[in-house]
Write a protein that binds this ligand. Structure first.
Ligand code: SPV
Ligand code: MG
Length: 535
């Protein structure tokens, strides 16, 4: 629902509502969190917070700047104190148009001359605007508004300057006739005697706003006896509370020459971050910021496709016009990884990437994938992603892996695994079914034992069987590099390698992902299915 509509509903509802003062984005957010339904953007408070007087010393564009922050900071409808409209009918119209564009729900203009003085300082009878001229201002504003739900509230200052109830009533009639959506009747008496007198004598049906700053001791129940009382404005209590708090804290810090004694009595820095929605930023950062700097990557692309197209290396199989390898490189680049190596083997001349590092596994026919990895790891100088050259994956998995490293800084190795049986999801049963990639994982994160060559899962955890998907992060690249120097590396399977890593006490963490998020291509069916699942 638009904010103008929200305000309209409050205005039209049978019961009264409260508008709490705010004067900047922070206070607007605090008002919202406190539970209020609407905000009073007080001229007094905004000017005070800017360090100037409430005498139209700021321009309407300076007011708009503040309002923009307030409106962005919360979802509440804002009623703006528009003073006298910043000039004649024309200036007031321009103000209204800009308020509409800023997302403001309503404006209140008071029937005084420009430049105005704050009502609690005003004493001059001739401060009042000509009521005919002021009515023209209201008519003009109602005529230019583009959103029919935007509200214009006419504020009566007759009681403020001592012009009396009769003058207020005459003006109220005129302003409503001119199209005002509601009235605000203001008084500076310590009791609402003149307000009640006005309410008794003025008979028209309209929502009426009051500002009980001076008659604060009168219970709301009494103030709202007249059912036309709609908006009750707590007009300046946030700016005043800030002043007291800041004066006390400043004095204490100055006196103590220390901040130690105020800590605990003031908002924590993390509370400030919360109000600034820092969490939202962190979420967005994960999504949009390159986070891979400081990491390298190697694509293990030495293999042939035994079951598919023998005319090219498996990593050059094409899905929707793009090779698996190109897709992998794009995904790595997207998170800011440019230090990418490719280990090629079968039909190596087909794999050409002048901007990447190319390593050859000329023994590709007789060696296993860990050997291919070892050719790169010998040169690794930073943590790196290792990707089988035939895996398709959703790009967020790379960010998930980086997030996992953030959460498990002591992880030596992070594996993306899948639980699902290939057949269930329409993908082929892995044809090189030598259980190279099969191992047992614990509660979905910690690997507790590996591979069928090992004894049963060795510790608690649910022991689910998961499959290594072909995507991993080698975080502790030096320790893993040592393991990859094994004498039997040429024939070492992936699961055999994982067994050794665990024997060595390395910390292996696994992310268990869904089969739809990562797929290795083994059949025509896989190729077709992947085309459906991936862009
Ligand atoms: C304001 O809050 O700026 C107002 C209300 O206009 S008063 O200060 O009471 O005039
Ligand atoms: Mg004001």
């Amino acid at each position: 629902m638009s904010k103008t509509k929200k305000f309209r509903e409050l205005l039209n509802s049978k019961s009264h509502f409260f508008l709490m003062e705010a004067h900047n984005g922070l206070s607007a957010k605090i008002v919202e969190e406190a539970g209020f339904e609407a905000i009073w953007a007080s001229g007094l408070s905004i000017t005070a917070s800017l360090g100037v007087r409430d005498n139209n010393e700021i321009s309407y564009t300076q007011l708009l700047d503040v309002l923009e922050y307030m409106n962005d900071a919360c979802d509440l409808p804002i009623l703006v104190d528009g003073d006298t409209g910043y000039g004649n009918f024309n200036n007031a119209c321009r103000l209204l148009t800009k308020l509409e564009q800023t997302g403001i729900a309503a404006v209140c203009i008071e029937d005084k001359k420009f430049p105005k003085t704050n009502s609690f300082l005003e004493t001059k009878l001739d401060a009042l605007a000509d009521p005919v001229e002021f009515s023209g201002k209201i008519r003009a504003m109602k005529a230019v508004q583009t959103d029919p739900d935007f509200s214009v509230i006419a504020r009566l200052e007759s009681l403020i300057v001592g012009a009396g109830v009769a003058d207020a009533i005459k003006r109220a009639e005129m302003y409503l006739d001119a199209g005002a959506d509601a009235l605000l009747v203001h008084s500076k008496l310590a009791n609402p005697k003149d307000i009640f007198e006005f309410l008794g004598a003025f008979k028209r049906e309209t929502p009426i706003f009051i500002v009980p700053t001076k008659y604060y001791s009168i219970p709301v129940k009494q103030l709202t006896k007249d059912p036309r009382i709609s908006g009750i404005i707590w007009a300046n209590h946030n700016v005043r509370s800030c002043v007291t708090a800041m004066q006390q804290v400043c004095a204490k810090i100055y006196k103590d020459n220390s901040i130690a004694n105020v800590e605990g009595a003031i908002a924590s820095v993390s509370e400030i971050f919360r109000l600034q929605k820092n969490e939202e930023y962190l979420e967005m950062e994960k999504e949009y910021m390159p986070s891979g700097s400081g990491f390298g990557a190697v694509v293990l692309a030495a293999g042939a496709s035994e079951t598919l197209d023998y005319s090219k290396p498996k990593s050059l199989l094409t899905i929707k016009g793009k090779t698996i390898l190109d897709r992998q490189i794009e995904a790595l680049n997207e998170i800011g990884i440019s230090d990418i190596s490719i280990v090629r083997g079968y039909k190596k001349e087909e794999i050409e990437y002048p901007e990447l590092t190319i390593i050859d596994n000329d023994k590709w026919e007789t060696t296993k994938v860990m050997y291919t990895l070892s050719l790169y790891s010998a040169k690794a100088k930073q943590p790196y992603f290792a990707l089988y050259g035939d895996v398709f994956f959703k790009r967020y998995l790379l960010r998930d892996i980086l997030g996992c490293i953030d959460d498990h800084a002591d992880a030596d190795l992070v594996l993306v695994c899948v639980k699902e049986n290939y057949i269930n999801n329409g993908f082929s049963l892995k044809l090189n079914n030598d259980f190279d990639d099969l191992f047992h994982a614990g509660n979905g994160v910690e690997v507790v034992a590996v591979c069928p060559d090992c004894p049963e899962p060795s510790s608690s955890g649910n022991g689910d069987t998961v499959y290594f998907s072909g995507l991993m992060m080698i975080n502790n690249y030096s320790a893993i590099g040592e393991l990859l120097k094994a004498e039997d590396i040429e024939s070492l399977s992936c699961s055999g390698f994982l067994c050794r890593a665990i024997e060595q006490g390395l910390n292996i963490v696994s992310i268990v992902s869904s089969r739809d998020s990562i797929v290795d291509i083994n059949s025509i069916n896989d190729l077709l299915k992947v085309g459906e699942v991936y862009e």
